[in-house]
Design a binder for this molecule. Structure first.
Ligand code: GLY
Ligand code: MN
Ligand code: MN
Length: 461
């Protein structure tokens, strides 16, 4: 945990943004895999972590904006718990670690919420994403548990998004630790990327690094020579020469801050001419987008700039034609890069996605596009100092999508369908880094992980 003062300050900042009522933060509970005592790896709720820091199941936090009191609800371990799970500090001691003096057993929550309901006090809560939390909220608030997401408080969501969007220095230090774990994961994957090696073996080794050095991965590892499937979670292939392996993997620190890095490695460690042609286009889009990142510029502008870079590169190698600017304006490049340039990153790898993407990345003035490709951009607003972003352009040869567009004769003035065939073996290329927006510009976070053709070949050798 950070020091108690950090959690107290975060709650004070939240209090300053909220007018009245109560805010209820339900921490996560253990979630069973196949029988109650056999649980998934425990992951605390990120908002509960942000405001209360306690990384244990079965707690709730309540902030009363009218009286200024904060309360932690939780049960002390009884002897059975101690026998099976070991001793744990009393709830009172745990609460003090996040600067909260008032504690109650979990059973006290129902009474306090019932009283608040009878007095018609406003009870703010964030959109729940787990069944268990929906059930708890539904029971406490006497509402249909299936409706809890729509009943969440827009006022609280906006206030939390405003706070969590700007990372403090201790958070940035954690993110850099997560990137340093990712460094080891990625360099190890590069070294193992040889013909005959199974994807599963590399996946297992780098997942092990994330577990050995932190709290595991920040999302299920994407590692495949079928990189054209953007979020490919299958690891069933044996690597073959001529293919490229996309590794999109990040770690969580023990305080649960994330990294999210992608590297694309030629199987065998040497790029072919064809692979290099596509790789250099994506690399240019990645490095130029990072160089341009600064406060005031929007992530949508950066995204469109990267797409223009991809389109003009693809024009040079004969896959696209016509004006790159016009192709991007019409969305033709999305055949090759159908996703957004990046997203915020912090306690969640897609930071605050559970609060609603449109609250995080869009506002009254900036509306989400419905154009294929651009519609997937998670964040379109201008950057501000303290924002942490991923920059992850890519180029993919997705057989089903290419076949569909070709048969529909989409964008014949921008796409050379006849030249695509020879590039299909490339699969996909994505290069992803994590960037902090500073007062004057940006800073590439963490120890740089090999990404030029030369550096990747050297790391593989
Ligand atoms: N790790 C998934 C992504 O890059 O968004
Ligand atoms: Mn990623
Ligand atoms: Mn990402």
């Amino acid at each position: 945990m950070f020091t108690a003062g950090i959690y107290t300050k975060r709650r004070e900042e939240l209090r300053a943004k909220m007018k009245n009522g109560l805010a209820l933060f339900i921490g996560n509970v253990e979630s069973p895999m196949n029988y109650p005592a056999n649980t998934y790896h425990f992951r605390q709720d990120s908002d509960f972590l942000y405001f209360f820091g306690l990384d244990l199941p079965g707690f709730a936090g309540l902030m009363d904006f009218d009286t200024g009191t904060d309360t932690i609800f939780g049960n002390d371990f009884d002897m059975d718990d101690i026998i099976w799970m070991g001793p744990q500090p009393k709830v009172k001691e745990l609460a003090l670690k996040c600067g909260v003096k008032k504690t109650e057993p979990m059973s006290g929550l129902e009474k306090i919420i019932s009283e608040a309901l009878s007095k018609k006090r406003r009870i703010h809560f964030l959109p729940p994403y787990r069944g268990e939390t929906k059930m708890t909220l539904g029971a406490l608030l006497k509402e249909n548990p299936c409706q809890m997401k729509t009943l969440a408080s827009p006022e609280l969501i906006r206030a939390v998004v405003a706070l969590r969007s700007v990372k403090a220095k201790e958070e940035i230090a954690e993110i850099e630790k997560a990137i340093s774990i990712a460094y080891d994961m990625h360099v190890t994957a590069m070294k193992m990327c040889r013909p005959g090696m199974s994807e599963r073996e590399i996946f297992g080794v780098i997942e092990g690094i994330a577990l050995a050095k932190g709290a595991g991965t920040s999302f299920p590892i994407i590692l495949s020579m079928n990189g054209q499937t953007l979020h490919n979670h299958s690891h069933d292939n044996i690597l073959r020469k001529g293919r490229m392996m996309v590794t999109d993997a990040g770690a969580e620190t023990t305080l649960h801050y994330s990294s999210d890095i992608t590297r694309t490695t030629p199987v065998g460690g040497k790029f072919s001419t064809l692979q290099k042609e596509v790789y250099e286009i994506v690399l240019k889009a990645n490095t130029e987008a990072i160089s341009a990142a600064r406060p005031g510029l929007s992530n949508r502008e950066l995204h469109l700039g990267a797409c223009r870079n991809i389109a003009s590169g693809l024009k040079e190698i004969g896959l696209m034609k016509g004006s790159a600017d016009e192709a991007v304006a019409e969305g033709a490049h999305a055949l090759f890069m159908p996703h957004g340039l990046g997203h915020m990153m912090g306690l969640d790898v897609h930071d605050m996605e559970a609060l609603g993407e449109n609250y995080v990345g869009y506002d009254e003035k900036t509306k989400r596009s419905d154009q294929f490709g651009l519609a997937f951009l998670r964040f379109a607003l201008p950057y501000r100092p303290g924002h942490v972003f991923t920059v992850e352009p890519g180029c993919y040869f997705i057989p089903e999508l290419i076949e569909k567009w070709k048969s529909e004769k989409k964008f014949p003035s921008f796409i050379n369908y006849s030249r695509i065939e020879k590039f299909m073996q490339v699969g996909g290329v994505r290069i992803e880094d994590n960037v902090l927006i500073t007062e004057k510009g940006h800073r590439l976070l963490g120890r740089p992980i090999p990404k030029t053709v030369r550096d990747i070949e050297a790391a593989c050798a």
